[in-house]
Design a protein around this ligand. Structure first.
Ligand code: FE
Length: 215
């Protein structure tokens, strides 16, 4: 389901409209103006974007989740203070100063968004996908999460499972600890990490089943 698996179909959610072209043009004009005045260095921006798109991405969050699945005491620390727990693995950085990890269970499914803009825990998930920033996702998720998960992401949450929607802000950024898939009991931490997708940490998908399809 995730674009991380190169070549696989994009989640239905990717079909949400791209950000407003006028807004993008305005941001570009602002960046150019600030660079022209020597207040901003375009190379630096390019380096930051490259780093977050290539070096810092969901694979870091996947390491955190895999450690939590493998180590119960780490899991406890993660749910208590996600920023501190991630730092134990050397994972930290801007837009992740106050992260909160919420745990999926057989009774509760968590999913996150940012109703105001696109707040997202960069150190563990990298940069947000386009659809995460789309007004359609932000508005409809808080209105009817069960419907959005089913219709836009193909994730059917049973009626007896409570859905909790977490609204990230510039101060607090959420990510999901997905349920450990059945059949993964004998897997190593590195193998477990490969089951953890970006979408499962946003809460619009489950972690992948061992040797199988995400669900
Ligand atoms: Fe935001």
């Amino acid at each position: 389901m995730s674009e991380r698996h190169g070549g696989a179909p994009l989640p239905v959610g990717e079909q949400y409209p791209a950000p407003d072209a006028e807004l993008e043009a305005r941001a570009w004009a602002l960046e150019s103006l600030l660079a022209e005045k020597g207040l901003l260095n375009s190379d630096l921006i390019d380096r930051i974007v490259h780093a977050y798109e290539n070096d810092i991405g969901p694979m870091l969050g996947a390491r955190v989740v895999a450690r939590a699945w493998a180590d119960a005491t780490f899991r406890e620390r993660l749910l208590k203070d996600a920023t501190a727990a991630a730092a134990e693995l050397g994972i930290a950085g801007m837009q992740g100063e106050h992260m909160v990890c919420v745990e999926n269970t057989p009774r509760v499914h968590n999913v996150m968004c940012c109703t105001l803009c696109s707040c997202y825990p960069w150190p563990v998930l990298g940069l947000p996908p386009l659809w995460y920033k789309a007004p359609a996702y932000r508005a409809s998720l808080v209105a009817d999460a069960r419907k959005v998960l089913r219709e836009d992401f193909g994730l059917d949450i049973p009626a007896d499972v409570e859905i909790r929607v977490w609204d990230s802000s510039s101060e607090i950024r959420y990510f999901v600890l997905p349920e450990r898939p059945r059949g993964s009991e004998a897997m190593s931490e590195a193998e477990l990490a490969a089951l953890v997708t970006r979408d499962s940490m946003i809460g619009v998908a489950k972690a992948s089943a061992p040797g199988g399809v995400s669900r």
